[in-house]
Design a protein around this ligand. Structure first.
Ligand code: ATP
Ligand code: MG
Length: 592
């Protein structure tokens, strides 16, 4: 597996704050001060600004095809395009690249707009659809025919492929290549008029069947497809190909820097060819490396398969690398923007460790998530010498990273729940939590000593602990200065709220699920333990009424958010966004 560490990673202090498209930079094209060195795209743009190319304008676009939900890879492109516009006082458009009606849908259009906005970017009044340009594209196709640069071809898709040749062998000219211009014009008009069935003919550019670049071997410009389009309805039965649409859309929108992923590098000669042959305004295409992440897949086709085959619970399943999934999982837009800034942009493909993404959300939530106590797998603890019926309100710190967050009261009483994991009948060497005869600190409360264990007679399972507490240790203090190594969290049984907690692990059990052995399938690598549901968790009562989507640190457990879909006031559901770094897990692993 080729897992490279991100190459552009900088220490936090050296990184500028994530670009915020809404706080527009003053026009005029000067970069804000930053100590980070320019990435290669910024270098190109600054050179263009210096030489006055594009009249000093910077105008980018984010061009999704509405055939699925956006994923974290798209976030990289969004942050890059909107971020460059903000940085250089320019503009960024949102353009739907909607040339393939059979795979596209309005549902995707809406979710894409929602995700871009959620990430914190604003396209203002610059929302475009390639389908709005269909008439102009048709006229440009006619212009190429008139110039003898395009022809109607009757070869089938298979025949076109056979004629194309290979990387080592030149292609063969189509027998229709030298059709007279008038015949081409007539046939193309009749293609548009719906006279021919799907696939009967195509319009192709007349470039060079011997070109070493296969994309230049008379590429198809238009195909016949009798399909309803989500915007143009049945107005068209011929649809332009991506290559014939993209550059011209950039040209119409007067984009300056058309930034796309590396796969399009060898489409650039064609991008340039169309604009030059048509003699229209010519933006600069620039390619960068797409984002790949470990333990997930990042192509919309595969994500769609996972949804359709119900390997996950929809596009917004918190295990998905989609923006709606990450959002439901509890990721913040700030964390995702910070992640994109941190990984930077480069010209060579690499795979980023998903731990880098997880760290971005940890960092963000550490700053702002209020701390609460929640017990995921409850074990009853009875304090025998604590007065029956007594309740104390103990003071707990809301966020040690943020003094302004203040404190809250947490009820304490005789019967508590602690984490099953926080007790061992036979503790291993470095286990500092509760064990028979041992004393621990209950966070914000008292020191307790375990006096006895109650077990289920049949199963031998521990069902209840008995303890005594030291009333002199209120607030967890030890007036006599005695040392207690372990501090554990708890909730009061009578006051705690029942909750469901969903723990997530990587969707795939191997770092690179697309590295499939012959005869295998990436789905073979789905992690059967990617979701664990704990239906009997207890959370402190301050969480009553917690709003959908609100985020917390469950002390010692990780960051959690209220599930925006399934949580109800009478039964809270929490998603674990990310765990805390659990040194204990590591210690135990080493011991084994
Ligand atoms: P996928 O391969 O996931 O289906 P796509 O490239 O077909 O993605 P588009 O909707 O065409 O999806 O992508 C919109 C923009 O987002 C394009 O400019 C594309 O280059 C960019 N993009 C897509 N995936 C990534 C990625 N993993 N990293 C960076 N940019 C990406
Ligand atoms: Mg695409």
């Amino acid at each position: 597996m080729d897992t490279k560490k991100p190459t552009q990673q900088k220490p936090k202090s050296e990184r500028p704050a994530a670009a915020d498209a809404k706080s527009a930079e003053p026009a005029g094209g000067t970069a804000p001060e930053t100590s980070r060195s320019l990435n290669f795209i910024e270098q190109i743009i600054e050179e263009d600004l210096r030489t006055g190319r594009f009249e000093g304008r910077v105008h980018t676009r984010f061009p999704p095809e509405p055939n699925g939900y956006l994923h974290i890879g798209h976030a990289k492109s969004i942050c890059l395009n909107f971020g460059l516009a903000a940085r250089y006082g320019g503009l960024c458009n949102l353009r739907f690249d909607d040339t393939n009606p059979s795979k596209e849908d309005i549902e995707y259009v809406e979710s894409i707009m929602d995700s871009v906005r959620w990430l914190g970017f604003d396209w203002g009044d610059r929302l475009y659809y390639a389908s709005d340009f269909f008439e102009q594209l048709y006229e440009w196709a006619v212009q190429l025919i008139r110039a003898g640069k395009a022809y109607v071809c009757d070869l089938t898709a298979d025949q076109i492929r056979e004629h194309r040749g290979t990387l080592t062998a030149p292609g063969k000219n189509s027998p229709y290549r030298d059709r007279p211009i008038d015949e081409n014009l007539d046939l193309f008009r009749r293609m548009r008029a719906g006279e021919f069935p799907d696939g009967a003919r195509t319009l192709r550019a007349k470039v060079d069947m011997a070109s070493p670049n296969l994309n230049m071997r008379d590429p198809v410009l238009y195909r016949i497809l009798h399909a309803s389009h989500h915007r143009t309805g049945d107005r068209w039965c011929i649809y332009p190909m991506y290559d014939f649409t993209h550059g011209q859309s950039d040209s119409i929108e007067r984009i300056t820097h058309s930034i796309c992923t590396l796969e399009f590098e060898n489409h650039r000669p064609l991008y340039d060819w169309f604009l030059d042959e048509l003699g229209i305004y010519h933006p600069q295409q620039i390619e960068f490396a797409r984002l790949n992440l470990t333990y997930t897949v990042m192509s919309k086709r595969r994500l769609l398969e996972l949804v359709e085959e119900e390997c996950v619970n929809g596009w917004d399943d918190p295990r998905m690398p989609t923006l709606v999934g990450l959002r439901r999982r509890g990721y913040t837009p700030e964390a995702i923007r910070g992640f994109c800034e941190r990984i930077g942009v480069a010209k060579f493909n690499s795979v980023i460790d998903v731990a880098v993404l997880e760290n971005s959300i940890r960092e963000d939530l550490n700053r702002r998530a209020p701390r609460v106590m929640a017990v995921l797998r409850p074990l009853k603890l009875v304090i025998d010498n604590y007065p029956e019926g007594q309740v104390e309100e103990l003071e707990a710190v809301n966020n040690p990273e943020d003094p302004a967050a203040g404190t809250r009261k947490v009820p304490f009483s005789r019967v508590l729940y602690i984490e099953q994991d926080d007790f061992r009948e036979a503790p291993p060497k470095e286990f500092f939590r509760l064990a028979p005869g041992r004393e621990v600190r209950l966070r914000y409360a008292y020191l307790v000593t375990c006096t006895s264990v109650v077990k289920d007679e049949r199963t031998g399972q521990i069902v209840e602990l008995h303890c005594t507490y030291d009333p002199a240790t209120r607030g967890g203090n030890t007036p006599d200065g005695r040392k207690v190594k372990g501090t554990i969290h708890w909730v009061a049984a009578q006051h705690a709220l029942k909750a469901e907690v969903r723990l997530y692990d990587h969707l795939f059990s191997v770092p690179d699920p697309s590295d499939v052995p012959a005869g295998g399938d990436y789905r073979d690598f789905l992690n059967p333990k990617s979701l664990e549901v704990l239906s009997d968790a207890r959370v402190e009562p301050s969480l009553a009424g917690a709003a959908a989507g609100s985020r917390y640190q469950f002390e010692r457990q990780g960051y959690f958010c209220v599930d925006a879909v399934d949580s109800r006031p009478e039964r809270l559901v929490f998603n674990r966004t990310v765990s805390l770094r659990d040194t204990w897990a590591k210690i135990e692993k080493k011991q084994k």
